[in-house]
Ligand binder design. Structure first.
Ligand code: ZN
Length: 214
């Protein structure tokens, strides 16, 4: 019965968060929970509690607003993340960034591997690193394995912006922040991105700030 004593604290932590009955507080960079590998999900939350936790993650992601949220970002070290992107962007941005709508999904114990050698670099931000964005070069296409919230196996190829979202969220579960993979010289305030670097591609930013693109 060793496992029950290990499982209890996480379930208690989640119950405490759900008692807030609204969007959950988002943990910011500097908190060690964002730097630890999250525990694989293996029934630590019973099905009803898991469903309520997933609903709270969705509410929090939508309220932020963001296109993905990983459990460690609300202080829960479990390999669970949610993604959703209505992609309300101009046609040119959609074409250049591959930012197509991504329906709501729950990723449980996800892992990804690159498909092919294509890489794409774009400005990216994170709800746990408020106020900034930076350019991150990532594989254009990845194969995602894991489960959904009902325990059904996932094995799916994502490309374009959805591929970026699943990499970013899966990285959170490995204690990796997008800054770890970013071009340091591309770091820009949200204001600077809005004022200067809102073009569909970061080519002008790369020339002006002095960083390389793939
Ligand atoms: Zn993030």
């Amino acid at each position: 019965m060793e496992t029950s004593s290990e499982r209890a604290p996480l379930a208690e932590r989640v119950e405490e968060l759900l008692a807030l009955d609204g969007p959950l507080p988002i943990v910011a960079a500097g908190d060690p929970v964002l730097r630890r590998a999250a525990e694989p999900f293996d029934g630590q939350l019973e099905p009803g509690l898991l469903a309520r936790f997933v609903a709270a993650l969705r509410l929090t992601m939508r309220a932020a607003p963001g296109v993905g949220l990983a459990a460690p970002q609300v202080g829960v070290g479990l390999r669970i993340a949610v993604i959703e992107d209505p992609a309300p962007v101009p046609e040119e941005v959609r074409r250049v960034r591959g930012r197509v709508p991504q329906p709501f999904r729950v990723l449980v114990n996800p892992s990804y591997t690159p498909v092919g050698s294509g890489r794409a670099a774009f400005f990216e931000g994170c709800l746990s690193v408020p106020g900034y964005q930076a350019v991150v070069a990532r594989p254009t296409e990845v194969r995602l394995a894991g489960q959904d919230e009902h325990g059904r196996a996932l094995d799916e190829v994502f490309s374009g912006w959805p591929a970026r979202i699943v990499q970013h969220e899966t990285d959170h579960l490995d204690g990796i922040l997008y800054l770890d993979r970013a071009e340091p010289r591309s770091l820009a305030s949200q204001q600077a991105v809005a004022d200067r670097w809102a073009q569909p591609s970061p080519e002008r930013a790369a020339r002006a700030l002095g960083f390389d693109l793939p």
